[in-house]
Write a protein that binds this ligand. Sequence first.
Ligand SMILES: [Zn+2]
Length: 316
Amino acid sequence: MMRRLAAGGLLSLIVLLAACQGQSSLSDRGADGLRVVATTTVIADLARNVGGTGVTVVSLLPAGADPHTFEPSPQDSKTLARAQVLLVNGQGLEEWLEPLIAGSGTKVKPVVVSEGLQVRRGSHDQHHRTAGAVPAQNESENDPHFWFDVKNVMHYVNGIRDALAQADPANSATYRQNAEQYLRQLAELDRYIVEQVETVPQARRKLVTSHDTLGYFADRYGFEIIGTIIPGVSAEAQPSAQQIGQLLQVIREEQVPAIFAESTVNPRLAEQLARDAGVRVITDLYTDSLNEPGKPADTYLKMMRHNVDQIVAGLK
Ligand SMILES: [Zn+2]
Protein backbone atom coordinates (compact mmCIF):
# COMPACT_ATOMS: atom_id res chain seq x y z
CA MET A 1 0.00 0.00 0.00
CA MET A 2 2.80 2.44 0.90
CA ARG A 3 4.64 1.73 -2.35
CA ARG A 4 1.55 2.37 -4.44
CA LEU A 5 0.94 5.64 -2.61
CA ALA A 6 4.51 6.85 -3.22
CA ALA A 7 4.36 5.99 -6.88
CA GLY A 8 0.94 7.34 -7.73
CA GLY A 9 0.79 10.64 -5.83
CA LEU A 10 -2.32 12.51 -4.66
CA LEU A 11 -4.81 11.21 -7.22
CA SER A 12 -4.02 7.61 -6.34
CA LEU A 13 -4.38 8.44 -2.67
CA ILE A 14 -7.89 9.82 -3.21
CA VAL A 15 -8.89 6.82 -5.34
CA LEU A 16 -7.45 4.43 -2.77
CA LEU A 17 -9.24 6.13 0.14
CA ALA A 18 -12.52 6.04 -1.72
CA ALA A 19 -12.02 2.35 -2.50
CA CYS A 20 -11.24 1.57 1.14
CA GLN A 21 -14.32 3.40 2.35
CA GLY A 22 -16.49 1.63 -0.18
CA GLN A 23 -15.09 -1.70 0.92
CA SER A 24 -15.60 -1.13 4.63
CA SER A 25 -19.22 -0.14 4.21
CA LEU A 26 -19.82 -3.21 2.06
CA SER A 27 -18.39 -5.84 4.39
CA ASP A 28 -19.15 -3.93 7.59
CA ARG A 29 -16.67 -6.02 9.54
CA GLY A 30 -15.68 -3.64 12.33
CA ALA A 31 -12.62 -3.59 14.57
CA ASP A 32 -14.22 -6.25 16.78
CA GLY A 33 -14.64 -8.61 13.83
CA LEU A 34 -17.85 -10.31 12.83
CA ARG A 35 -20.65 -9.44 15.26
CA VAL A 36 -22.44 -12.62 16.29
CA VAL A 37 -25.46 -12.63 18.58
CA ALA A 38 -26.67 -15.89 20.14
CA THR A 39 -29.84 -16.29 22.17
CA THR A 40 -28.43 -18.57 24.89
CA THR A 41 -25.13 -18.82 26.77
CA VAL A 42 -24.62 -22.36 25.44
CA ILE A 43 -24.92 -21.33 21.78
CA ALA A 44 -22.73 -18.27 22.44
CA ASP A 45 -20.02 -20.54 23.86
CA LEU A 46 -20.16 -22.79 20.79
CA ALA A 47 -19.94 -19.72 18.53
CA ARG A 48 -16.86 -18.45 20.43
CA ASN A 49 -15.16 -21.79 19.87
CA VAL A 50 -15.97 -21.76 16.15
CA GLY A 51 -15.35 -18.05 15.64
CA GLY A 52 -12.12 -17.78 17.60
CA THR A 53 -10.51 -14.39 18.18
CA GLY A 54 -11.84 -12.86 14.96
CA VAL A 55 -15.46 -12.61 16.10
CA THR A 56 -17.36 -10.85 18.86
CA VAL A 57 -20.06 -13.05 20.36
CA VAL A 58 -22.84 -11.72 22.58
CA SER A 59 -25.46 -13.84 24.33
CA LEU A 60 -28.86 -12.19 24.73
CA LEU A 61 -29.56 -14.32 27.80
CA PRO A 62 -27.20 -13.59 30.68
CA ALA A 63 -25.66 -16.49 32.61
CA GLY A 64 -28.18 -18.03 35.01
CA ALA A 65 -31.27 -16.67 33.24
CA ASP A 66 -34.18 -18.92 32.29
CA PRO A 67 -34.69 -18.89 28.50
CA HIS A 68 -38.38 -19.86 28.81
CA THR A 69 -39.36 -16.81 30.86
CA PHE A 70 -36.76 -14.27 29.70
CA GLU A 71 -37.86 -10.67 29.16
CA PRO A 72 -35.56 -8.81 26.75
CA SER A 73 -34.48 -5.23 27.52
CA PRO A 74 -34.12 -2.22 25.15
CA GLN A 75 -30.37 -2.95 25.25
CA ASP A 76 -31.04 -6.41 23.77
CA SER A 77 -32.90 -4.73 20.93
CA LYS A 78 -29.85 -2.54 20.21
CA THR A 79 -27.54 -5.54 20.37
CA LEU A 80 -29.74 -7.37 17.89
CA ALA A 81 -29.90 -4.37 15.55
CA ARG A 82 -26.09 -4.51 15.19
CA ALA A 83 -25.87 -8.29 14.72
CA GLN A 84 -24.39 -9.68 11.50
CA VAL A 85 -25.19 -13.25 12.48
CA LEU A 86 -28.07 -14.31 14.75
CA LEU A 87 -27.92 -17.84 16.18
CA VAL A 88 -31.12 -19.26 17.61
CA ASN A 89 -31.90 -22.60 19.30
CA GLY A 90 -35.46 -22.94 18.01
CA GLN A 91 -38.32 -25.38 18.75
CA GLY A 92 -40.04 -22.96 21.11
CA LEU A 93 -37.17 -22.24 23.50
CA GLU A 94 -37.11 -18.51 22.70
CA GLU A 95 -40.74 -17.46 22.65
CA TRP A 96 -39.70 -13.86 23.36
CA LEU A 97 -37.51 -13.60 20.26
CA GLU A 98 -39.96 -12.81 17.49
CA PRO A 99 -41.20 -9.50 18.94
CA LEU A 100 -37.60 -8.59 19.79
CA ILE A 101 -36.52 -9.15 16.18
CA ALA A 102 -39.45 -7.12 14.87
CA GLY A 103 -38.81 -4.27 17.33
CA SER A 104 -35.06 -4.13 16.65
CA GLY A 105 -35.52 -3.55 12.92
CA THR A 106 -32.74 -6.03 12.15
CA LYS A 107 -32.64 -7.48 8.65
CA VAL A 108 -30.46 -10.41 9.68
CA LYS A 109 -32.08 -13.80 9.11
CA PRO A 110 -32.02 -16.00 12.23
CA VAL A 111 -30.00 -19.21 11.88
CA VAL A 112 -31.85 -21.97 13.75
CA VAL A 113 -29.05 -24.28 14.88
CA SER A 114 -31.40 -27.18 15.72
CA GLU A 115 -32.83 -27.25 12.22
CA GLY A 116 -32.59 -30.71 10.69
CA LEU A 117 -32.39 -32.53 14.03
CA GLN A 118 -34.88 -35.16 15.09
CA VAL A 119 -37.24 -33.57 17.61
CA ARG A 120 -38.49 -35.51 20.62
CA ARG A 121 -41.75 -34.89 22.43
CA GLY A 122 -41.83 -33.85 26.05
CA SER A 123 -41.48 -36.87 28.34
CA HIS A 124 -44.08 -35.71 30.85
CA ASP A 125 -46.54 -37.97 28.99
CA GLN A 126 -44.63 -40.86 30.46
CA HIS A 127 -44.75 -39.50 33.99
CA HIS A 128 -48.47 -38.93 33.79
CA ARG A 129 -49.07 -42.38 32.42
CA THR A 130 -46.97 -43.94 35.19
CA ALA A 131 -48.72 -41.85 37.79
CA GLY A 132 -52.12 -42.71 36.36
CA ALA A 133 -53.11 -39.06 36.12
CA VAL A 134 -55.02 -37.07 33.54
CA PRO A 135 -53.30 -36.67 30.15
CA ALA A 136 -50.84 -33.81 29.97
CA GLN A 137 -52.08 -30.47 28.67
CA ASN A 138 -49.46 -30.01 25.98
CA GLU A 139 -48.96 -33.56 24.90
CA SER A 140 -47.53 -32.68 21.52
CA GLU A 141 -45.03 -30.18 22.95
CA ASN A 142 -41.65 -30.33 21.20
CA ASP A 143 -38.58 -30.56 23.39
CA PRO A 144 -36.04 -27.80 22.58
CA HIS A 145 -33.26 -29.08 24.93
CA PHE A 146 -31.21 -30.74 22.16
CA TRP A 147 -27.85 -29.84 23.69
CA PHE A 148 -27.96 -32.70 26.21
CA ASP A 149 -27.04 -35.10 23.43
CA VAL A 150 -23.49 -34.21 22.38
CA LYS A 151 -24.20 -35.50 18.86
CA ASN A 152 -26.85 -32.79 18.53
CA VAL A 153 -24.31 -30.17 19.59
CA MET A 154 -22.01 -31.39 16.82
CA HIS A 155 -24.87 -30.55 14.46
CA TYR A 156 -25.17 -27.10 16.09
CA VAL A 157 -21.44 -26.54 15.57
CA ASN A 158 -21.62 -27.45 11.87
CA GLY A 159 -24.49 -25.01 11.44
CA ILE A 160 -22.63 -22.25 13.28
CA ARG A 161 -19.51 -22.87 11.15
CA ASP A 162 -21.55 -22.55 7.95
CA ALA A 163 -23.35 -19.42 9.18
CA LEU A 164 -20.09 -17.67 10.09
CA ALA A 165 -18.47 -18.69 6.80
CA GLN A 166 -21.42 -17.35 4.85
CA ALA A 167 -21.38 -14.01 6.65
CA ASP A 168 -17.60 -13.72 6.48
CA PRO A 169 -16.26 -15.83 3.57
CA ALA A 170 -12.75 -14.38 3.87
CA ASN A 171 -12.29 -16.26 7.16
CA SER A 172 -14.15 -19.45 6.29
CA ALA A 173 -10.99 -21.58 6.49
CA THR A 174 -10.39 -20.40 10.05
CA TYR A 175 -13.95 -21.21 11.06
CA ARG A 176 -13.63 -24.65 9.50
CA GLN A 177 -10.39 -25.36 11.36
CA ASN A 178 -11.78 -24.11 14.68
CA ALA A 179 -14.92 -26.18 14.22
CA GLU A 180 -12.90 -29.33 13.47
CA GLN A 181 -10.83 -28.84 16.57
CA TYR A 182 -13.89 -28.24 18.73
CA LEU A 183 -15.72 -31.24 17.25
CA ARG A 184 -12.83 -33.41 18.43
CA GLN A 185 -13.34 -32.09 21.97
CA LEU A 186 -17.05 -32.84 21.69
CA ALA A 187 -16.31 -36.42 20.60
CA GLU A 188 -14.08 -36.75 23.66
CA LEU A 189 -16.87 -35.38 25.87
CA ASP A 190 -19.33 -37.86 24.38
CA ARG A 191 -16.98 -40.76 25.20
CA TYR A 192 -16.50 -39.41 28.73
CA ILE A 193 -20.26 -39.37 29.34
CA VAL A 194 -20.72 -42.92 28.03
CA GLU A 195 -17.88 -44.17 30.24
CA GLN A 196 -19.16 -42.41 33.35
CA VAL A 197 -22.73 -43.59 32.87
CA GLU A 198 -21.49 -47.19 32.66
CA THR A 199 -20.43 -46.91 36.31
CA VAL A 200 -24.06 -46.42 37.40
CA PRO A 201 -26.08 -49.65 37.80
CA GLN A 202 -28.77 -49.90 35.12
CA ALA A 203 -31.64 -49.99 37.65
CA ARG A 204 -30.52 -46.68 39.15
CA ARG A 205 -30.36 -44.69 35.91
CA LYS A 206 -33.54 -42.77 36.71
CA LEU A 207 -33.96 -39.04 36.48
CA VAL A 208 -36.24 -36.54 38.17
CA THR A 209 -35.45 -32.92 37.32
CA SER A 210 -36.98 -29.45 37.80
CA HIS A 211 -38.39 -29.34 34.27
CA ASP A 212 -38.20 -31.60 31.25
CA THR A 213 -34.64 -30.87 30.15
CA LEU A 214 -32.86 -34.20 30.08
CA GLY A 215 -34.91 -36.15 27.53
CA TYR A 216 -32.24 -36.08 24.82
CA PHE A 217 -29.64 -36.95 27.43
CA ALA A 218 -31.77 -39.90 28.59
CA ASP A 219 -32.34 -41.14 25.04
CA ARG A 220 -28.68 -40.96 24.08
CA TYR A 221 -26.99 -42.17 27.28
CA GLY A 222 -29.53 -44.67 28.56
CA PHE A 223 -31.56 -43.09 31.37
CA GLU A 224 -35.24 -43.20 32.17
CA ILE A 225 -37.06 -39.91 32.80
CA ILE A 226 -39.27 -40.72 35.77
CA GLY A 227 -40.85 -37.32 36.06
CA THR A 228 -40.34 -33.58 36.26
CA ILE A 229 -41.41 -31.23 39.02
CA ILE A 230 -42.63 -28.56 36.62
CA PRO A 231 -44.79 -30.31 34.04
CA GLY A 232 -43.49 -29.99 30.50
CA VAL A 233 -40.53 -28.74 28.52
CA SER A 234 -41.06 -25.10 29.45
CA ALA A 235 -40.15 -23.88 32.93
CA GLU A 236 -43.15 -21.53 33.07
CA ALA A 237 -45.89 -23.75 34.50
CA GLN A 238 -46.38 -24.48 38.19
CA PRO A 239 -47.28 -27.98 39.37
CA SER A 240 -50.47 -28.56 41.34
CA ALA A 241 -50.43 -30.21 44.78
CA GLN A 242 -51.99 -33.26 43.13
CA GLN A 243 -49.22 -33.49 40.53
CA ILE A 244 -46.56 -33.19 43.23
CA GLY A 245 -48.28 -35.94 45.22
CA GLN A 246 -48.31 -38.21 42.19
CA LEU A 247 -44.67 -37.53 41.45
CA LEU A 248 -43.79 -38.34 45.06
CA GLN A 249 -45.57 -41.67 44.71
CA VAL A 250 -43.72 -42.51 41.48
CA ILE A 251 -40.35 -41.57 43.04
CA ARG A 252 -41.05 -44.04 45.87
CA GLU A 253 -42.36 -46.81 43.60
CA GLU A 254 -39.48 -46.49 41.17
CA GLN A 255 -36.93 -46.14 43.99
CA VAL A 256 -35.41 -43.08 42.38
CA PRO A 257 -32.08 -42.42 44.16
CA ALA A 258 -31.97 -38.61 43.80
CA ILE A 259 -33.74 -35.50 42.57
CA PHE A 260 -31.90 -32.93 40.46
CA ALA A 261 -32.77 -29.25 40.77
CA GLU A 262 -31.63 -27.04 37.91
CA SER A 263 -29.77 -23.77 38.42
CA THR A 264 -32.29 -21.68 36.44
CA VAL A 265 -35.26 -22.87 38.53
CA ASN A 266 -36.01 -22.18 42.21
CA PRO A 267 -34.92 -25.36 44.09
CA ARG A 268 -37.53 -25.02 46.88
CA LEU A 269 -39.96 -27.60 45.47
CA ALA A 270 -37.19 -30.08 44.62
CA GLU A 271 -35.82 -29.82 48.14
CA GLN A 272 -39.25 -30.35 49.68
CA LEU A 273 -39.96 -33.30 47.41
CA ALA A 274 -36.61 -34.91 48.23
CA ARG A 275 -37.30 -34.49 51.96
CA ASP A 276 -40.73 -36.07 51.60
CA ALA A 277 -39.39 -38.94 49.51
CA GLY A 278 -36.36 -39.39 51.74
CA VAL A 279 -33.91 -39.15 48.82
CA ARG A 280 -30.93 -36.96 47.97
CA VAL A 281 -31.33 -33.61 46.25
CA ILE A 282 -28.64 -32.19 43.97
CA THR A 283 -29.16 -28.46 43.45
CA ASP A 284 -26.44 -27.42 41.03
CA LEU A 285 -27.33 -29.01 37.73
CA TYR A 286 -26.74 -26.55 34.87
CA THR A 287 -29.25 -27.16 32.13
CA ASP A 288 -30.67 -24.12 30.32
CA SER A 289 -27.78 -21.77 31.05
CA LEU A 290 -24.06 -21.83 31.64
CA ASN A 291 -22.65 -20.55 34.90
CA GLU A 292 -21.03 -17.09 35.19
CA PRO A 293 -17.50 -16.85 33.74
CA GLY A 294 -14.91 -18.23 36.18
CA LYS A 295 -17.39 -20.67 37.78
CA PRO A 296 -17.27 -24.48 37.32
CA ALA A 297 -19.81 -24.71 34.47
CA ASP A 298 -18.89 -21.62 32.43
CA THR A 299 -18.46 -23.44 29.09
CA TYR A 300 -20.54 -26.13 27.40
CA LEU A 301 -17.77 -28.73 27.81
CA LYS A 302 -17.37 -27.94 31.52
CA MET A 303 -21.12 -27.75 32.08
CA MET A 304 -21.68 -31.22 30.64
CA ARG A 305 -18.81 -32.78 32.59
CA HIS A 306 -20.03 -31.10 35.76
CA ASN A 307 -23.60 -32.33 35.21
CA VAL A 308 -22.53 -35.87 34.39
CA ASP A 309 -20.32 -35.99 37.49
CA GLN A 310 -23.26 -34.74 39.60
CA ILE A 311 -25.69 -37.21 38.05
CA VAL A 312 -23.33 -40.18 38.38
CA ALA A 313 -22.44 -39.32 41.99
CA GLY A 314 -26.11 -38.71 42.84
CA LEU A 315 -27.39 -41.98 41.43
CA LYS A 316 -24.62 -44.41 42.41
ZN1 LIG B 1 -35.70 -25.54 29.58
